[in-house]
Write a protein that binds this ligand. Structure first.
Ligand code: 5AD
Ligand code: SF4
Length: 440
């Protein structure tokens, strides 16, 4: 979502004459778009700010002008006042719901009105204030349809930093999707912290589900692939599961975090479902779409997690067989209920050891999944040139990166590729002889 938000900030700033640069040392303005989900991500903000301060100093000393420094995103939202204090050289601090006010904030800063802090949750949704001209010309693009979360998992800062659930209307989303398609996008990933809790206003003025939105988008001319992320197991409705069978452009890949396999820990995390219920959802999804590839998120070392609880996580992973997954050591976040479970914190060395065991298993499953494609033919969206001469990189329906030899004019097409080798993090294949790639 930060990638999407950063692209929108570029849209907002371009009428003011700003363009993106890959030379930060020459920039007139630097915006750090930050993440607060775990302590490590959060800490990076301050070290990066130190680097930017040095760049600004060097620029000023070389008489190349000033550099405006801004902090955006969830660290700004959660620790705005602290940033202003600890890094008094920062010009602007604004949260994820305020970036549409960038032009006003810039004008204020130019009038030399000191540091600017914008961390309110404005009543009018920021989406109403974003410019129409999307300059995001990616073949595969993100589109935010829902923001915020009301689930309040005990470890998570999102409900506090991104706020309550909000869904955009289907008509707004269709307009944005059409703009992306006109700019050449072939694949859209619908984004939301809790995307399957989507409940925007539908075309008939009634509240509409994510499945409804998917059906509306599926008919758009030029859209070849559709995905959505991230989902909560509690919101995997029958209608949405069925869409995986009935909508041909909905890709057979689902990121469905479970976090842990022990019912005791799931309860302490306030996930509001058991491991058996999660497994039933997976079974149902696979009955509708047998080739569905699953991805997940896991937290090890949540307060109170015993060896046996952790082994329940390993068993669940063995049962599901993930195609890909993210796993993290529990990181206490200020203000969340779990951070107050003082007596039950798990020592760092045990967290590290459990994470290593879990990752060994997940990596093994990922490799097995990738190897299972050897000799098979899959369709690949050719996205960009690789580092090697004549190499293209594309994406499979199951989110794997696919490397092959082909001409750059085929970028943007969906090609049939025969997979020769499945590796840990990618596939290698050959364009199927005699097949003409799908006209873009
Ligand atoms: N500690 C560790 N991992 C966390 N996540 C969210 N909060 C924490 C935390 N406090 C992980 C969850 C979530 C993913 C985006 O980040 O697994 O699904
Ligand atoms: Fe955080 Fe996801 Fe739980 Fe919401 S559902 S509180 S975003 S982990």
């Amino acid at each position: 979502m930060n990638v999407y938000d950063s692209a929108r900030m570029v849209d907002i700033l371009s009428p003011l004459g700003y363009t993106l640069t890959d030379q930060p040392k020459n920039a007139d303005m630097a915006i750090l778009n930050t993440c607060h989900i775990r302590e490590k991500a959060s800490e990076k903000t301050f070290s990066e700010l130190g680097r930017l301060r040095n760049m600004r100093k060097a620029k000023q000393e070389a008489n190349k002008g000033d550099m405006m420094i801004a902090v955006a995103g969830c660290v700004a939202q959660a620790e705005g006042a602290e940033i202003m204090k600890r890094a008094s050289f920062v010009n602007m601090v604004f949260g994820p719901q305020s970036y549409h006010k960038l032009p006003e904030m810039l004008a204020e800063a130019a009038r030399g009105q000191g540091q600017i802090l914008e961390t309110d949750f404005p009543v009018e949704p920021k989406f109403d204030h974003l410019p129409d001209e999307a300059i995001d010309k990616n073949l595969s693009a993100f589109l935010t349809v829902q923001e915020g979360c009301d689930k309040f998992c005990a470890f998570c800062v999102v409900p506090y930093t991104r706020g309550a659930e909000f869904s955009r209307s289907i008509s707004d989303i269709v307009v944005e999707a059409k703009r992306m398609l006109a700019a050449g996008t072939k694949e859209i990933t619908l984004l939301g912290q809790n995307v399957n809790a989507y409940h925007g206003v539908g075309m008939d003025g009634q509240s509409a589900s994510l499945a409804r939105l998917i059906y509306e988008l599926a008919d758009l001319d030029g859209l070849k692939r559709l995905r959505y992320t991230t989902s909560h197991p509690l919101e995997m409705t029958e209608e949405l599961c069925k869409a995986h069978r009935d909508v041909d452009i909905l890709m057979p890949y689902l990121h469905l975090p479970v976090q842990a396999g022990s019912d005791k820990i799931l309860d302490a995390m306030n996930r509001r479902h058991t491991s058996a219920e999660y497994l039933q959802i997976i079974e149902k999804l696979r009955s509708y779409r047998p080739d569905l590839a699953l991805s997940g998120d896991f937290i090890v070392g949540f307060p109170g997690e015993t060896e046996s609880d952790f082994e329940d996580t390993l068993s669940l992973v063995r049962e599901v067989e993930y195609a890909q997954a993210y796993s993290f050591k529990y990181s206490p976040r200020p203000g969340t209920p779990a951070a107050a479970l003082d007596g039950q914190m798990i020592p760092e060395n045990i967290k590290s050891e459990r994470l290593a065991r879990l990752q060994t298993l997940l990596n093994e499953q990922q490799l097995n999944f990738n190897k299972s494609f050897e000799g098979k033919e899959i369709s690949v969206l050719l996205e960009r040139e690789g580092k090697k001469e004549g190499q293209l990189i594309g994406r499979s329906p199951y989110m794997q990166s696919v490397y092959l030899q082909s001409q750059p004019h085929r970028i943007g097409r969906i090609a049939k590729v025969v997979i020769e080798e499945g590796n840990a993090n990618s596939l290698r294949g050959k364009l199927k002889p005699g097949t003409v790639a799908d006209a873009a």
